[in-house]
Write a protein that binds this ligand. Structure first.
Ligand SMILES: *Cc1c(COP(=O)(O)O)cnc(C)c1O
Length: 427
C-alpha cells in the first residue's frame, strides 16, 4: 500500500506515475462551470470518449450514402452490427462470446431474462433481492412476481442490512439462501449496490444459490466496466448491465446481457421472442415458428440501435486497450487515495464534520465509488462542493456518492475534492 500524502504535489506525483494517465485526454471533461469541473459521477453517466464522434459519424455517413442498403453494404453492415461488439463486451464481463449480446436497455433486458429464468413452480416461487435495490429493479421484480399471479409480499424476499448497519453481510445473504432452500426460485441482486458501492461476493452467492437449486442472476449496472468480472468462471446464470455508467457509452445507451453457455442451446426455454433472436441464416425467410439463435443472441428482439451501439463500440475499444486488470489496479489506488483524504479530514475536524464511509473498507469489496455519510454539515457541504465545480451525487438524508473513475479522474481531482471539503468545513 502506497504511503499517501494529502498535498497537491503528492497528487501530481501520483498522476505522473500513473500508467493510465494519458487516457484522461481521450475524454471530454465537462466545462459547464466557470471553474474546472471535477467530475465524480461516472457511476451515473460516464463521460464521452472523443472517439465517439468518429464512430457515430461513420454510421451517419453510411446511412446517407446507402439508405437501406447499409444493412449489408455499409462499411460495418448493420445487419450484424452487434457482432462487432460481442467479443469486446465479453472481455469486459469475463464471458464467452456466445454468452453475451449488446441489445435493448437494461430494465428491458432484466425483464426478458426473468421471463426465461424466473419460473416459479409448485412451492419454489420466491425471489431473493436486496431491500435497497435500485428502484427500477424493484418495480421489475414486483411486476414479474405479479405476472405469475403471485404476491410480492410473500414471494419477493428483500434482504436488508442488520439494524444500525449499512451493508449487507455476506454471511446473511448466504444464510438466507440456505433458509429459503427449495422455496427459492431466483436470486437477483446487484453486483455492486448503487447506493453503498458494496461489491457482492458473486461467486459465493452463485454457488449458494445453485446448492439449493435456484437460478442466480445479477444486475451489473454499477459493476460492468468497474469491477473485474468473471461471469463465466463464477458460473453465474444470467446478468444484464447498462453501458452509460462506467462504460461511457452515452445517455440511455444500449445494454448488455449475459446468459451462461449451459443455456445456449435451449430452444425449449420460455422466452419473449422477436425477429432478431431468430436463427440468422434463415431469418429473412420469415417462416412462422420461432427458431432461436444459439446463445445470448437468441434473446434479442429487435434490430440493433446502431447509432447508440456506435458510441458503445468507441468506448469498448478503450476498454480493450486498457484491460480490466490494469483498470482495477488504478481503481484500488485512486479510491484508496480518496479514502485516505476523507479519513484525514475526519481526524482533523472531528467536532465540525465527520465523514463516515459506508462503502466497504476492503479493496476486494468495492470498486470506483465511495458513499459518504456526512455528519455535521450535510447538504451545505455538498452545495459548497458544487459551487467549486465538483460534480458528485447527493442522496437524502445525508449521503454523498463520489465515483473516482480510473479512465479519466486524476489524483489531482481527488486532492481538490478534499481541499474544497476542507474549505467548506472551515467556511
Ligand atoms: C442505472 C440502473 C438502472 C437503469 O435502468 P435503465 O433501464 O437503463 O433505465 C437499473 N438498475 C440499476 C441497478 C441501475 O443502477
Amino acid at each position: 500500500m502506497a504511503e499517501f500524502v494529502n498535498s497537491l504535489a503528492a497528487a501530481q506525483a501520483l498522476d505522473a506515475a500513473d500508467p493510465l494517465k494519458s487516457y484522461r485526454d481521450r475524454f471530454y471533461i465537462p466545462t459547464f462551470h466557470e471553474k474546472a469541473v471535477r467530475y465524480f459521477t461516472g457511476n451515473s453517466l460516464g463521460l464521452q470518449p472523443k472517439s465517439v464522434q468518429t464512430y457515430v459519424q461513420q454510421e451517419l455517413d453510411d446511412w446517407a450514402k446507402w439508405g437501406v442498403e447499409g444493412h449489408f453494404h455499409g462499411k460495418n453492415p448493420w445487419f450484424s452490427y452487434h457482432e462487432f461488439l460481442t467479443e469486446k463486451v465479453a472481455r469486459v464481463v469475463g464471458a464467452l462470446p456466445k454468452e453475451v449480446v449488446v441489445t435493448h436497455s437494461l430494465t428491458t433486458n432484466l425483464h426478458l431474462l426473468m421471463v426465461s429464468f424466473y419460473r416459479p413452480v409448485g412451492t419454489r416461487t420466491k425471489i431473493l433481492c436486496e431491500a435497497k435495490a435500485f428502484p427500477s429493479d424493484l418495480y421489475a421484480l414486483e411486476s414479474q412476481v405479479r405476472f405469475h399471479g403471485l404476491n410480492p409480499d410473500v414471494d419477493l424476499v428483500a434482504l436488508a442490512p442488520r439494524d444500525g448497519e449499512h451493508l449487507l453481510r455476506e454471511e446473511d445473504v448466504l444464510a438466507k439462501i440456505a433458509e429459503l432452500g427449495d422455496t427459492l426460485a431466483l436470486v437477483m441482486i446487484g453486483g455492486v449496490n448503487y447506493y453503498t458501492g458494496q461489491l457482492m461476493d458473486m461467486p459465493a452467492i452463485t454457488k449458494a444459490g445453485h446448492a439449493v437449486g435456484a437460478i442466480v442472476g445479477f444486475d451489473l449496472a454499477h459493476a460492468a466496466g468497474n469491477i473485474h468480472l468473471k461471469l463465466h468462471e463464477w458460473d453465474v446464470d444470467f446478468a444484464a448491465w447498462c453501458s452509460y455508467k462506467y462504460l461511457n457509452s452515452g445517455p440511455g445507451g444500449v445494454s448488455g446481457m449475459y446468459v451462461h453457455e449451459r443455456f445456449a442451446n435451449r430452444p425449449d426455454l420460455p422466452r419473449f421472442a422477436g425477429w432478431w433472436g431468430y436463427d440468422k441464416a434463415t431469418r429473412f425467410q420469415m417462416e412462422p415458428g420461432f427458431k432461436p439463435m444459439e446463445g445470448a443472441e437468441g434473446w434479442q428482439l429487435s434490430n440493433a440501435p446502431v447509432l447508440s451501439m456506435a458510441a458503445h463500440w468507441a468506448s469498448l475499444e478503450i476498454y480493450d486497450e486498457v484491460g480490466m486488470e490494469r483498470l482495477n489496479e488504478k481503481t484500488v489506488l485512486l479510491t484508496g487515495y480518496l479514502e485516505f483524504i476523507l479519513d484525514e479530514l475526519t481526524a482533523k475536524y472531528q467536532d465540525q464534520c465527520r465523514f463516515e464511509i459506508i462503502t466497504p473498507r476492503e479493496k476486494t469489496r468495492r470498486g470506483a465509488q465511495l458513499s459518504i455519510l456526512v455528519h455535521g454539515k450535510g447538504k451545505a457541504l455538498f452545495d459548497a462542493l458544487s459551487a467549486n465545480g465538483v460534480v458528485a451525487d447527493w442522496r437524502e438524508p445525508n449521503v454523498i456518492r463520489v465515483a473516482p473513475v480510473p479512465l479519466y479522474n486524476s489524483f489531482e481531482d481527488v486532492y481538490y475534492l478534499g481541499k474544497f471539503m476542507e474549505e467548506a468545513i472551515l467556511g
